[in-house]
Design a protein around this ligand. Structure first.
Ligand code: CLF
Ligand code: SF4
Length: 268
């Protein structure tokens, strides 16, 4: 919790001063969200239409060293795709180990769809990742079936909830991201937030669907910022809400409101 003060996503004001860097070492995913086109980045944490470079753990380490020299307020290393971090957990572990040797104080943050969270929860804790985001778009299996393909929704939900409870009980700071999809789960989001609270989440981040081409949800109506903020306000009765999310790219670098990823694209 002490580290929250310097985490741009977990703190209310930290995003004005502290920078994060996403290291795109995780290309594979293990589910299919119906709003995701895998030609692009993971929509749970990214803008669509931006294809990130994929780095090996060694390349990611070298990028970290370079960026740290140029951005003194770099406080967080995040793993946010472009696939699912836990489907590529060996690469995450290797990257964390390399960076930790160089900087033992940096905060490590990981974002996942939660399918493999129970399997890796203890290892996540053991290697020193302190902040986790789990994207949970529904706590009702039937609604989940409308949102996900290529996975058993019941199994996904079970793992998301079990994994979330396991890590919050052991002191990991957790945020639950929810993609608000009009007509599909928007009326159900309050239930997701209530469940996140019950399982020990620190805050929730309700994000609007960004329609990606060639996906089932491409033609769905958009949620206005007013509708989104009303939903967040309603849910703030249960848990603090995030209002400053930028739906970052998988290789984002810098302050949330000032992306500098272009300056650091690898030449490899
Ligand atoms: Fe990255 Fe996500 Fe960690 Fe932040 S982003 S892995 S928690 S360090 Fe932040 Fe970007 Fe919103 Fe994510 S603004 S998309 S909530
Ligand atoms: Fe796409 Fe991310 Fe969903 Fe995987 S978890 S299908 S990468 S949005």
């Amino acid at each position: 919790m002490e580290k929250n003060k310097t985490h741009p996503c977990f703190s209310e004001s930290g995003h004005l001063k502290y920078a994060r860097m996403h290291l795109p070492v995780a290309p594979e995913c293990n589910i299919q969200c119906n709003y995701c086109n895998r030609k692009f980045d993971c929509l749970n944490e990214s803008r669509p239409g931006v294809t990130s470079e994929i780095l090996t753990p060694q390349q990611a380490f070298e990028k970290f060293v370079l960026v740290k020299q140029k951005i003194s307020d770099l406080s967080v290393i995040g793993f946010a795709g472009p696939g699912d971090a836990l489907e590529n957990f060996d690469k995450i572990k290797e990257t964390v180990a390399l960076i930790k040797q160089n900087d033992p104080d940096i905060i490590f943050c990981l974002s996942t769809n939660g399918l493999r969270l129970p399997e890796f929860a203890q290892e996540i804790i053991d290697i020193g990742i302190t902040h986790i985001t789990v994207t949970i778009n529904a706590v009702d299996v039937e609604i989940g079936k409308l949102i996900y393909s290529g996975v058993n929704s019941e199994f996904l939900l079970k793992n998301q909830l079990e994994g979330l409870e396991y890590i919050t009980k052991r002191g990991i700071v957790c945020k639950v991201n929810i993609v608000a999809i009009k007509g599909i789960n928007d009326f159900h989001i309050e239930e997701v937030v209530k469940t996140a609270k019950k399982l020990g989440a620190f805050k929730t981040n309700i994000m609007p669907l960004i329609p990606a081409k060639e996906t089932k949800f491409y033609d769905l109506p958009l949620m206005s910022s007013m509708e989104l903020n009303e939903l967040r306000k309603k849910c703030s009765v249960y848990l603090p809400q995030m209002y400053h999310c930028r739906q970052c790219r998988a290789d984002a670098v810098g302050l949330l409101h000032h992306d500098r990823s272009n300056e650091f694209i690898s030449k490899n």
